[in-house]
Design a protein around this ligand. Structure first.
Ligand SMILES: Nc1ncnc2c1ncn2[C@@H]1O[C@H](COP(=O)(O)OP(=O)(O)OP(=O)(O)O)[C@@H](O)[C@H]1O
Ligand SMILES: [Mg+2]
Length: 235
């Protein structure tokens, strides 16, 4: 579904991502792990043409989308659930959701809202409330639901577990597993090893902007050098 080849991203003098290649298949969750500053967020932003690429070829669903801008990539079927959720706390839950379908027609927005409320019943009940009134885990679910409002076939997720209680992490994990079961490809940036174990068949480890290890998650995580150096203490 997604094939990233030799992606390099620089911010002025800083090279955030150096020659990263990765693939993600439909209906699976592909992990991207690494310490703070390893280049995880930059990789996701680079895929979406929201960070300056020095090199890199992006193939999505068999088509070369390297030259596409962010809007075209979203229309092609790629969505991002960003770091720190980025909901608008004073806006209603429904208005936050509608931002995910920005640029689509009224009928499409209405259909997608209905699909969202079918999937997340409690969100429908609370749709008029300000998003800021929800718990952290509920806000993360709304942030995921907002990303789904563009009807993506590839969903990029940047640390959805961050700041959540273990129970809330499990709930978010169940939501993501359900989305993958529907055939969507997920790329999951995470530092929470438990969530990676629960969801990801394969993963990539980034350090200093480079892929230093990759492969099936059980093998990758049993490598203590990998765990100690890059994955912190959340195992
Ligand atoms: N907009 C930017 N301008 C300048 N430097 C940046 C910018 N974004 C990221 N960087 C730098 O690029 C490197 C990689 O950052 P990035 O945010 O991709 O890491 P990360 O793995 O997502 O880290 P974290 O776990 O803290 O979210 C860091 O050195 C960071 O300071
Ligand atoms: Mg980050």
């Amino acid at each position: 579904m997604l094939d990233v080849h030799d992606l390099t991203i620089t911010f002025g003098p800083t090279t955030a991502v150096r020659g990263v290649s990765l693939t993600a298949a439909a209906g699976t969750v592909t992990g991207v792990l690494g310490a703070n500053g390893a280049g995880k967020t930059s990789t996701l932003l680079g895929i979406l043409a929201r960070a300056p690429r020095q090199s890199g070829r992006i193939t999505f669903d068999g088509a070369d989308v390297t030259g596409f801008d962010t809007g075209a990539l979203v229309r092609a079927g790629i969505a991002l659930c960003p770091e720190n959720r980025r909901l608008f706390p004073n806006m209603s839950i429904e208005d936050n959701l509608l931002l995910g379908a920005y640029g689509t027609g009224r009928a499409t927005r209405r259909t997608r809202l209905r699909d969202t409320y079918d999937r997340f019943g409690w969100v429908a009940t609370r749709r008029a409330e300000p998003a800021g009134r929800l718990s952290g885990g509920q806000q993360q679910t709304v942030a995921i639901a907002r990303a789904l409002m563009s009807a993506p076939r590839l969903l990029l997720l940047d640390e959805p577990s961050s700041g959540l209680s273990p129970v809330a992490v499990d709930e978010v994990g169940a939501v993501l597993a359900d989305i993958a079961r529907d055939g969507t490809a997920l790329v999951l940036v995470e530092q929470n090893v438990r969530l990676v174990r629960a969801l990801c068949a394969t993963a990539y480890v980034l350090a200093h902007g480079q892929v230093t290890a990759s492969g099936p998650v059980p093998e990758l995580l049993s490598d203590t050098a990998v765990s100690d150096a890059y994955l912190g203490t959340t195992a």
